[in-house]
Design a protein around this ligand. Structure first.
Ligand code: PLP
Ligand code: COI
Length: 353
């Protein structure tokens, strides 16, 4: 497939790298490609960043048939650009698409197109410490139709956004709320797909968390409301008595690429790591016994995010005196060193541009 490139006539002013937040600034160009049953995926193109003109009946707006990904491009000290496990993001995009009845994309082609877009936008990759270019590949259902069925037509697009830390707290510990009253996803549903509805389903409890001064919600399994699942934008790890524990993948949580990297690094370092069911009661009991060493989240946007406090019902515990723990710190340092090319890549995770 021939990829066409149309350059923007006027370029935007670049932001100050040292003041970047998350997800508010977008680059000059984007990637677009369309799907219909006759032509399959066709007309791949890089063109100026711009709005879509959509029929008000466009299906994604009504029924949420869409999928997306999140990955980052990093600038190394030498100025080179690199990606972290991008093949895994396009593989997961296809898995989400399968779950949401969206046609598969050619993963190798998508990665090549992304690299070409990044080459056009290379000056947008920031260089201040802790900053990167966030990449958002997305597929949406585009039929103008109000009946409920899978769309026949789709748009695949990729937009880019220079970012700093996802949480206002940066790498300082966040506070999370464990809600006994709400569920986000259940096994057999679409929890493991990166699809808009999972995030829409998290908003109501998220607002209640914010009202109480908590940053995000830690979800429990939808059936028993007992076993820990994941946080709104990251997977979760517990260090109990020196052992690392993370909820196993049961179909209702996102199989995080950062999660998988943490598990692989832990194995490489000889840290005891288990993927298993872990109940919220086990976490509170471990705290009562003085064995809850650390809690931290993992995600592309959140990187490694220490958790300093959790609230469940009326019970509040603080973890590690609200300070960043040594294990979270080790994963944060090693992962970011790999991503920014300061350390040797231990597992073929880096894709140079
Ligand atoms: N869980 C949810 C709900 C997420 O949105 C994310 C972010 O993508 C993650 C977990 C972490 O996944 P990853 O490490 O692949 O970014
Ligand atoms: C990511 O970490 O890439 C995410 O998608 C999390 C969030 C911004 C939805």
């Amino acid at each position: 497939m021939q990829l066409t490139v149309t350059k923007a006539e006027k370029l935007k002013a670049k932001p100050d790298d040292s003041k970047l937040g998350f997800g508010t600034i977008f680059t000059d160009h984007m990637f677009n490609m369309d799907y219909n049953p006759d032509d399959g995926w066709h007309n791949p193109r890089i063109e100026p960043y711009g709005s879509f003109n959509m029929d008000p009946a466009t299906m994604v707006l009504h029924y949420g048939q869409g999928v997306f990904e999140g990955l980052k491009a990093y600038r190394t000290d030498s100025g080179a650009l690199q990606l972290f496990r991008p093949q895994d993001n396009f593989k997961r995009l296809n898995n989400s698409s399968r779950i949401m009845c969206i046609p598969q994309i050619d993963e190798a082609f998508a990665l090549a197109a992304l690299k070409q877009l990044l080459t056009v936008e290379k000056d947008w990759v920031p260089s201040a410490p802790g900053t990167s270019l966030y990449i958002r590949p997305t597929i949406i259902a585009t039929d103008p139709y109000l009946g409920v069925r899978a769309s026949y037509t789709y748009r695949f697009f990729i937009i880019l956004s220079p970012v700093g830390a996802y949480y206002a707290e940066g790498f300082n510990p966040v506070k999370i709320w464990v809600t006994p009253h709400h569920v986000r996803a259940v096994s057999g549903g679409v929890g493991e797909a990166k699809t808009p509805g999972n995030y829409a389903a998290s908003l109501y409890a998220g607002e209640q968390a914010h009202t109480q001064g908590y940053t995000q919600v830690l979800w429990l399994c939808g059936v028993e409301r007992k076993y820990v699942e994941e946080v709104g934008a990251m997977n979760i790890f517990f260090v109990i008595d020196g052992k690392l524990i993370t909820p196993m993948l049961t179909g209702s949580i996102l199989p995080g690429i950062t999660r998988d990297s943490v598990i692989k690094l832990a194995k490489l370092w000889g840290i005891d790591v288990a993927e298993r069911k872990i109940s919220i009661h086990e976490v509170f009991d471990a705290h009562a016994a003085g064995k809850l060493d650390e809690i931290f989240g993992s995600g592309t946007a959140a990187v490694i995010s220490p958790v300093g406090e959790i609230k469940y019902g009326e019970k509040v515990i603080s973890v590690g005196d609200g300070k960043v723990g040594p294990i979270a710190n080790r994963f944060y340092t090693e992962l970011t060193n790999i991503q920014f090319g300061k350390t040797e890549d231990p597992a073929g995770w880096i894709e140079p541009l």
